[in-house]
Design a protein around this ligand. Structure first.
Ligand code: UDP
Length: 486
């Protein structure tokens, strides 16, 4: 007998930044695979993320329905066409006022969202954490709202404790360490390492984060891109101690299985995937370090130079992603030592632009990952079973660093002390070399690698039928179905 396909209808409303929209597209695909009808509410600039996913969904009846709303850039004084956070952070004219304007523009989306909610009356709205008003918007039409934070249980718990107990207000200097109270482990941070949203509750971002916290408490619950076995104590803490309703359904990146899915996730890669695979195939297993700092962080030329020299001194083969375009008119670029690429030929591959990150991490030649600890990258490193060098820049990345190095013990810290918006604290080549060597040749390297490999196996099991994330996704779909019937 054929089982009845649940005709649940969900709205997905992602924030306009790659680190948010990429996992949302994966989550949408996971729900589609469970027979749920998905409508994506998105802007003109971000619509291709979903239309590309549709090209890979064979059955036209189950494709993601895309509804485009206009991003009001001009209305808040942003340049025309500035519809994605990257457009600001990648700009040479970056300043924080533009970020504030971007959030002001995002808040103007409440009205068009409400129009769509009223018209289509979905069973549920999954909206990004940066839309705190979405819970009330959905409630107007009796629609439950799920929050998508884009981070894991460990950092959700850490942030909650910080907000509840404010330990950063009880130290006398920015560099003095404090223990984050009431967590399953003893986690120490300094005021320098926490983002401004936490340091100053009265700043624009501080107020935004407070509103996000309040709207989360009123929402139906939280969808978490993580898996239980990765951070069981924190998954329990979030639910039982902090009292949140949450479903862990990750690692969502593991829904990408074909070569095409792996190589063009997010954006078309800047190099041919076959060329990349050929390069990796020529290397020994676990011999290459992959270096990438996500889609937002934007390092100075001086910092990139130190990374180049540190990678050279480490003696390791490497793939290094730099968010710069090759300027054909210039023979050498000011962020690379003269003749560096020629000298590193065969040993080092520099990708300017966008890398096929999943394809690279999954290759057996890759044995280490230097990461900015963005949650997607962290979880992708975990899923691939590779040990990591933690190089946090901002936001939740310092919390994720603690998870990697202290709780899971699958990585080492490069030694960043200061959270900055996106340019990063300055690290010398010696520290880069030391951290990379620690992943491959230190006394602890073998144990770190075997712990990382074990977690990678657990990640894959979690999303298979019967696994913890697979089952939690089923529970979420069933819960929403029964909510509809009531
Ligand atoms: N990513 C990629 N290629 C790149 C840079 C990033 O595929 O060259 C992907 C990466 O796999 C991850 C996302 O972009 O899924 C970045 O998200 P993350 O949370 O790690 O960092 P953010 O960009 O938000 O700082």
């Amino acid at each position: 007998m054929e089982t009845e396909i649940p005709k649940l209808h969900m709205f997905f409303f992602p924030f306009m930044a790659k680190g948010h929209i990429i996992p949302i597209v994966d989550i949408a695909k996971l729900f589609v695979a469970r027979g749920v009808k998905i409508t994506a509410i998105t802007t003109q600039a971000d619509a291709p993320f979903f239309s590309k996913a549709n090209q890979r969904i064979n059955n036209s009846a189950t494709q993601i329905d895309i509804k485009i709303i206009k991003f009001p850039s001009k209305e808040v004084g942003l340049p025309e066409g500035c519809e994605n956070v990257d457009a600001i952070t990648n700009s040479a004219r970056f300043n924080f006022d533009l970020v504030i304007k971007f959030f002001q523009a995002a808040a103007l989306l409440q009205e068009p969202l409400e129009d769509l909610l009223e018209k289509y009356k979905p069973d549920c709205l999954v909206a990004d954490m940066f839309f705190p008003w979405a819970t009330d918007a959905a409630a107007k039409f009796g629609i439950p709202r799920l929050v998508f934070h884009g981070t894991g249980f460990f950092s959700l718990c850490t942030m909650s404790s910080m907000r509840l107990y404010e330990p950063h207000k009880k130290v006398s200097s920015d560099s003095e360490e404090f223990v984050v109270p009431n967590l399953p482990d003893e986690i120490k941070l300094s005021r320098k390492q926490i983002p401004e949203s936490m340091r100053d509750g009265e700043s624009f971002v501080g107020k935004l984060f407070k509103a996000m916290g309040a709207s989360e408490l009123k929402s139906y619950g939280v969808v978490v891109n993580s898996f239980y076995e990765l951070e069981p104590a924190y998954a329990e803490h979030f639910r039982k101690v902090l009292g949140r309703r949450a479903w862990h359904i990750g690692p969502v990146s593991l829904c990408n299985r074909s070569l095409e899915d792996l190589s063009s996730r997010g954006k078309q890669a800047s190099l041919d995937e076959q060329e990349c695979l050929k390069w990796l195939n020529s290397k020994e297993p676990n011999s290459v370090v992959y270096v990438c700092f996500g889609s937002v962080a934007n390092f100075s030329s001086a910092q990139l130079m130190e990374i180049a020299l540190g990678l050279e001194a480490s003696g390791q083969s490497f793939i290094w992603v730099v968010r710069k375009d090759k300027n054909d008119e210039e023979e050498e670029e000011d962020w690379l030592p003269v003749g560096f690429e020629k000298k590193m030929e065969g040993r080092g591959l520099i990708i300017r632009g966008w890398a096929p990150q999943l394809l690279i991490l999954d290759h057996e030649a890759v044995g280490g990952f230097v990461t900015h600890c963005g949650w997607n990258s962290t979880l992708e490193g975990v899923s691939a079973g590779v040990p990591m060098v933690a190089w946090p820049v901002s936001a939740d990345q310092f919390y994720n660093e603690k998870l990697i190095t202290q709780v899971l013990k699958i990585g080492v810290s490069v030694g960043i002390q200061q959270s900055t918006m996106l340019f990063g604290d300055y690290i010398k080549k010696e520290a880069v070399e030391k951290a990379v060597r620690a992943l491959f040749t230190s006394d602890e390297a073998k144990e770190m690698r075997s712990r990382a490999k074990a977690l990678g196996e657990m990640a894959k099991k979690a999303v298979e039928e019967g696994g913890s994330s697979y089952s939690d996704l089923s529970a979420l779909v069933e819960g929403l179905m029964s909510l509809r019937h009531h």
